[in-house]
Design a protein around this ligand. Structure first.
Ligand code: NAP
Length: 678
């Protein structure tokens, strides 16, 4: 039965009636689904996102949005079978689909955790420390990040119908920006099912997610400077969208993840007997065949030392000969077809271009047969390994992406040439280097790093746990410079920041503290009548402060501390040697002694709501403390953040240790857990 795909516009499912495009199964060519965006009101969709989705999302804090992402991940995990069932027709086998489906759900969870851990329970985030902007300390500044008031338009590639949506949706949602997604036609039936699950979960606020099945119509004409277009796909389409007159006119933020001629380099230290050689061969074959080579991170260029070229080709041929083409719906060990016959025609066209400077050493693009497969109607193709004839002059291999199970061996003569060849890709998502030699690793990594978003060094020590050449991790950069996207740093919180504006706020310390809810030096304090450690989390007020009595530090204290801890560093023990040191006037107290005495001054000893001290941040020793100096402490509530458990919250305290002349000798943030009100 052919599925008629619906679009999700203004929180309603819309069924098209005209202008259908058929989507064939990659495996047997039967029409799986049809779609059309005819009749959608794109301007209305954009305004629904801005006027309904945006305001509701911005009412939530980062933590509330993170909690929704987690709930969504759980919901999708419970209902993922429907996605697996549909994805069989995309040509991917079950293992490939796990990368897409489980990987996508895992990415949602990862963003949920990071949002909880690294973003505040607030509607905006602060970046960096407060900076003094004038000598007298009455004018300060800080960067504030707040969600854009627009819509994120996500135009996605066909190869990851689930992960592609979720890895872009999660950061936008976490930032507080509603999304309109446009999946690629070839696999839109899987994405539509995913969006249906997300919508039906009831977890997402109205207007936060819409979907266009079919073309984007005139949507780009309605975008403004508060909107973001995030594109994944080919460089040609990317350029077309980037150069759209309205995108240029309104400086609409444009983020691109595009095709990438990723390289893998075998170091010239590696002999066929070393484990790195076998690891290299295994990784190349895996990258050529997982998802039938339709991965933006797949290895396209295989750089090997000239002296090892024959051995590498022989080993690759032996491994590729074991790859079986087959129906991925029934056997998860086979390599399935490309996503469509149109894609196969495109790949064959790209191989023809590569053949102007390379020869085929394995495979035959014309071979489409295999066990129990429909060679006529399906989009099958065998793996194809090419070898560049003259590496010094070849150029097509560095700019032609055959988006299928196709890679090319390029022999290099010396590490300098290997680096030069890798750079000719003009910017890639990822490169991998297989070596067990420190110098080789250093020369290649430093030589190619500016041209790559990610570089992976693989050797026998990390091979077991390495996630491999092709797997981006949600916590690290995904994206690449130059043709791979243009220097956009995606992944981690950087991905979230794309949907927020960074604003420098400048004011008096008091105004800034009132705005941000975080006390800063110079902002008013109120002297607490009760020791703040006796107050529970909810009773504490940012700016509450106490000043302790003072105590002197004697030479006996210093010697006692030195003997007790074993820290007999000369600056504490030897007057002559300490004096010769440019930082000290003579023997001085240990920094750790100052910290310990400071705690002795401010701690309230009785059991109470303060549960634990879990660390110090930003510790600086500002001035030496000499024997017979005295110190006192000013302790101020700096910031409060609820913890994941409702029983307690995190409190950040500003601790200033001051000497007898009123000069600060140490400053740090003390981090504690304090119990909440019952
Ligand atoms: P594509 O042909 O460029 O299409 C990408 C998306 O753009 C599809 O959703 C497509 O919709 C849409 N599109 C096409 N023309 C458009 C227009 N004029 N206005 C607005 N949208 C338009 O790429 P693809 O074949 O789907 O994907 C394969 C490519 O993606 C490869 O080159 C691969 O390297 C790249 N990729 C890169 C990354 C990365 O992270 N760098 C990740 C995945 C894939 P229709 O399908 O409806 O035409």
């Amino acid at each position: 039965m052919t599925i008629t795909l619906q679009s999700l516009a203004s929180d309603r499912w819309v069924t098209p009636t005209t202008g259908f495009v058929d989507i064939p199964s990659a495996v047997d060519g039967r029409v799986v689904a049809r779609l059309s965006a005819a009749g959608l009101d794109f301007a209305r969709m954009a305004s629904h996102a801005r006027n309904t989705g945006g305001p509701v999302l911005r009412e939530l804090t980062f933590h509330a949005r993170a909690d929704k992402l987690r709930a969504l991940a759980v919901h999708l995990g419970q209902h993922k079978d429907v996605l697996y069932r549909l994805a069989g027709d995309t040509g991917a086998n079950r293992r490939d689909n796990a990368i897409d489906i489980e990987g996508g759900i895992g990415t949602l969870s990862a963003y949920a955790s990071r949002g909880r851990r690294e973003l505040p329970d607030a509607k905006f985030a602060l970046e960096g420390e407060v900076e003094g902007l004038a000598k007298g300390g009455t004018f300060v500044g800080q960067h504030l990040l707040s969600p854009l008031h627009g819509v994120a338009v996500h135009i996605n590639a066909f190869n990851f119908p689930c992960w592609g949506l979720l890895e872009k949706f999660a950061p936008a949602f976490l930032a507080g920006v509603p999304v309109i997604i446009k999946p690629a036609t070839a696999t839109a039936y899987v994405t539509e099912a995913l969006v249906r699950l997300m919508h039906e979960s009831g977890i997402l606020p109205p207007g936060s997610l819409q979907m266009i099945c079919g073309s984007v119509g005139d949507l780009l004409d309605h975008l403004t400077g508060q909107d973001v277009v995030s594109f994944t796909g080919s460089i040609e389409t990317s350029n077309r969208i980037r150069n759209h007159p309205n995108i240029a006119k309104h400086s609409v933020r444009f983020v691109a993840e595009r095709d990438s001629l990723n390289a893998s380099v075998l170091g010239d230290d590696v002999t066929p007997e070393q484990p790195e050689f076998a690891l290299f061969i295994r990784e190349i074959v895996r990258e050529m065949t997982v998802k039938t080579g339709q991965k933006c991170t797949a290895i396209r260029r295989i750089l090997v030392p000239k002296t090892r070229e024959a051995a590498v080709i022989a080993a690759l041929k032996a491994s590729l000969a074991e790859v079986r083409l087959g129906d991925p719906r029934v056997d998860e060990k086979v390599m399935g077809p490309l996503v469509s016959r149109a894609q196969r025609a495109a790949v064959c066209g790209q191989i023809a271009i590569l053949l102007s400077e390379a020869e085929i050493v394995f495979g035959d693009p014309g071979q489409r047969g295999g066990e129990g497969i429909d060679a006529e109607s399906g989009a099958f193709i065998s793996p194809v390994l090419l070898r560049v004839v003259d590496p010094a002059t070849a150029q097509r291999v560095h700019d032609t992406e055959a988006f299928g199970p196709v890679a090319t061996v390029i022999a290099y003569d010396g590490i300098d040439q290997a680096v030069d060849l890798a750079r000719r890709g003009e910017g890639s998502l990822v490169a991998s280097v297989f070596t067990y030699d420190r110098k080789v690793a250093e020369a290649i990594v430093l030589g190619i790093a500016p041209y790559h978003g990610r570089v992976l060094i693989v050797d026998r020590d990390c091979a077991k746990e390495s996630t491999g050449h092709g797997s981006p991790l949600p916590s690290l950069v995904h994206g690449g410079p130059g043709r791979a996207g243009g220097g956009e740093e995606l992944g981690g919180l950087r991905g979230v920041y794309h949907y927020m504006q960074r604003t420098a706020v400048q004011s008096s310390p008091g105004r800034l503290s009132a705005l941000t809810g975080a006390w800063c030096n110079g902002a008013p304090t109120s002297l607490a009548d009760v020791h703040p450690f006796k107050r529970n989390y909810d009773e504490l007020v940012v700016g509450d402060t106490i000043e302790t009595s003072s105590r002197s530090i004697t030479l006996d204290d210093i010697e006692h501390f030195a003997e007790f801890t074993g820290d007999t560093f000369y600056a504490h023990m030897d007057e002559v040697a300490a004096k010769a040191n440019p930082f000290f006037p003579g023997r001085v107290a240990h920094g750790y002694l100052i910290l310990a005495f400071a705690a002795g001054l401010f701690v309230d000893p009785a059991p109470g709501p303060l549960l634990a001290n879990y660390g110090l941040d930003n510790l600086r020793f500002l001035k030496p403390v000499s024997p017979d100096d005295s110190i006192r402490v000013r302790l101020t509530v700096k910031q409060k953040s609820p913890a994941r458990k409702p029983e307690y919250g995190e409190v950040r305290w500003d601790v200033e240790v001051i000497n007898q002349n009123g000069e600060p000798v140490a400053r740090y943030d003390l981090l504690t857990m304090s119990a909440r009100a019952a």
